[in-house]
Design a protein around this ligand. Structure first.
Ligand code: ADP
Ligand code: MG
Length: 291
């Protein structure tokens, strides 16, 4: 590729809100046959809301939500924001939580009103030695709708199941369809529940899903998907930075975290994932013109 052609290509991309941080990225994107996406904040808005709440017999749903939200008030996770907002909307007062501990990709724990509270994924409850099978049917039904099931334990007893749902970014469906039309395969990598992730991937028509990935496991998931293919990864979060660096082409959402943007080869300044097909088309056109 001539430097002049690369300059024209990157200039054209910049006009579209696509920042190629290195000229080589314009070349390597052409050869990509698989594009993997982070889910939360990339394909979805990253602003989940509480949708369902079901307490165990003898437990007040308001109490379970109030205590769960009191623990989550100490967390920065988007799920925490959903629970705190839901508690406030119901007029439930947040109380002080002590001995707070967060386990990435699992959940949070603390003591509130002298009771030990844990909130998190099914695997977190299992790791804490809790039996969650009483809520299996509920969890299956809600996760099939693309909602993320979470559990609340109070003093070592399962107290409630609740769900949060995160709306799709408006442009995600069209972006995935456009990529398929361009002949590339798509995949989702997420820490979310397996069934939830599959339901969301099905709505988007995506080819492959790797769910239940711990934050430090994203690169391994990417390598597992790769199978000798040239792969691009699209993400926004701090946890996405290693995968953005490990992919053949790392593409960061411009409104994402600085750490993700710094690790990426390409930054989408506007329009979120809708610009991924445009970036691919531009890379192919540029390389064709100079071949
Ligand atoms: P992702 O951003 O891909 O959804 P995370 O690693 O942030 O993945 O979280 C994975 C899962 O861990 C969440 O779906 C949730 O079940 C659980 N989890 C993580 N943090 C929290 C939290 N603060 N409260 C409740 N659950 C949490
Ligand atoms: Mg994300």
């Amino acid at each position: 590729a001539t430097p002049a052609a690369i300059m024209t290509g990157t200039g054209r991309a910049a006009e579209l809100g696509i920042l190629f941080r290195k000229g080589e990225a314009l070349q390597s994107l052409r050869d990509v046959t698989l594009i993997a996406f982070d889910k939360t904040g990339t394909l979805t808005r990253g602003k989940p809301e509480l949708t369902d709440l079901d307490a165990a017999p003898g437990v007040s749903a308001d109490d379970a939500l109030r205590l769960a939200a009191s623990v989550e008030a100490r967390s920065e996770h988007p799920i925490a924001g959903a629970l705190v907002a839901a508690a406030k909307a119901r007029g439930l007062a947040i109380v002080e939580a002590r001995d707070f501990a967060a386990t990435p990709g699992m959940g949070v724990e603390a003591t509130a009103e002298g009771r030990k509270i844990a909130v998190g994924a099914a695997r977190f409850m299992t790791a804490l030695g809790l039996d969650i099978s009483a809520f299996d049917a509920t969890a299956a039904r809600l996760s099939a709708e693309g909602k993320t099931p979470l559990y609340v334990a109070i003093d070592g007893k399962l107290a409630a199941i609740l769900c949060v749902a995160d709306a799709l970014e408006e442009t995600s469906v069209a972006a995935v369809a456009a990529l398929h039309a361009q002949g590339v395969a798509t995949a989702m990598i997420t820490g979310d529940d397996e069934r939830t992730a599959r339901a969301i991937a099905a709505k988007l028509g995506m080819d492959e899903v790797i769910a239940g990935v711990l934050p430090e496991g994203k690169v391994a998931a990417l390598q597992r998907l790769r199978e000798g293919r040239r792969i691009a990864f699209v993400g926004d979060g701090v946890n996405d930075a290693p995968a953005l660096a490990a992919a053949d082409v790392g593409i960061a959402i411009g409104t994402g975290t600085d750490i993700a943007i710094e690790a990426a080869d390409v930054v989408l300044m506007s329009g979120h994932v809708s610009k991924v097909p445009a970036a691919l088309a531009l890379s192919r056109a540029t390389m064709r013109n100079i071949a």
